[in-house]
Design a protein around this ligand. Structure first.
Ligand SMILES: *[C@@H]1O[C@H](CO)[C@@H](O)[C@H](O)[C@H]1NC(C)=O
Ligand SMILES: *[C@@H]1O[C@H](CO)[C@@H](O)[C@H](O)[C@H]1NC(C)=O
Ligand SMILES: *[C@@H]1O[C@H](CO)[C@@H](O)[C@H](O)[C@H]1NC(C)=O
Length: 196
């Protein structure tokens, strides 16, 4: 039992960073428990802005973790079934507004991309990306975070074909890596674009 105390203390000092607040992103629910196990889900529930890097270690010690169903590097393992009520219906070429809630900054790079959930590969190119200076600490604490990092529009690609026609096949994933902190944050919006 003693070892739990420093573990929690460590977790709380590194906790809290960010997520997509609009459109509604995947959250931890029963499907995530079934796929990833309770340790991972409890960690995300305790702080839904937390990073990916601590999760594989928790998963490895949890018999409820099913690697075939839970890819921690895709949406932090969060599942489509828990967000099925929030599937966005978009059209090719549509402009979609995305809002990000940053709670603790770590300067780094980021992108928002359409990801094939079967392969965890970006389809095409990121819809928007920041090579550096995303969520910069100085700007954040001076309340001068560029608005285009946290409230921006992306254009839904016109060449998706039928790849994203079924709910769950694709996500719009916000993906941020804090280069100093060496931490990744992922947030996933479920959507469909009907086949042309
Ligand atoms: C994260 O948690 C906050 C409240 O703690 C909630 O309002 C928000 O909807 C959650 N968002 C995600 C994407 O988990
Ligand atoms: C995003 O698009 C909406 C209309 O769809 C527009 O009102 C808004 O100004 C755009 N925001 C940015 C940051 O371009
Ligand atoms: C998107 O961002 C993530 C995190 O910064 C990075 O690892 C990945 O290589 C980026 N992808 C592309 C295609 O730029």
């Amino acid at each position: 039992m003693l070892s739990i105390v420093p573990l929690l203390a460590l977790a709380s000092t590194v906790a809290a960073h960010g997520y997509v607040s609009s459109p509604p992103a995947r959250e931890a629910g029963n499907a995530a428990v079934a796929a990833c196990g309770r340790s991972v889900v409890n960690d995300i529930k305790r702080d839904n802005t937390s990073h990916v890097e601590g999760l594989p270690e928790l998963a490895a010690k949890d018999s409820g973790y099913n690697a075939a169903l839970c890819n921690l590097w895709l949406c932090r393992g969060l599942q489509f079934a828990d967000n099925a009520a929030n599937v966005q219906k978009w059209t090719a070429g549509q402009s979609v507004n995305v809002k990000v809630r940053l709670t603790i900054p770590h300067t780094g790079n980021a992108n928002v991309s359409v990801v094939d959930t079967k392969t965890n590969k970006i389809i095409g190119k990121p819809l928007v990306s920041w090579d550096k200076g995303y969520a910069d600490e100085k700007a954040f604490y001076a309340k001068t975070t560029p608005k285009d990092q946290i409230d921006f529009n992306v254009t839904i690609p016109s060449d998706l074909g039928s790849q994203c026609a079924s709910a769950g096949a694709c996500v719009l994933q916000w993906w941020w890596y804090g280069t100093g902190a060496k931490q990744s944050y992922e947030s996933c919006v479920d959507f469909t674009v009907a086949a042309p």
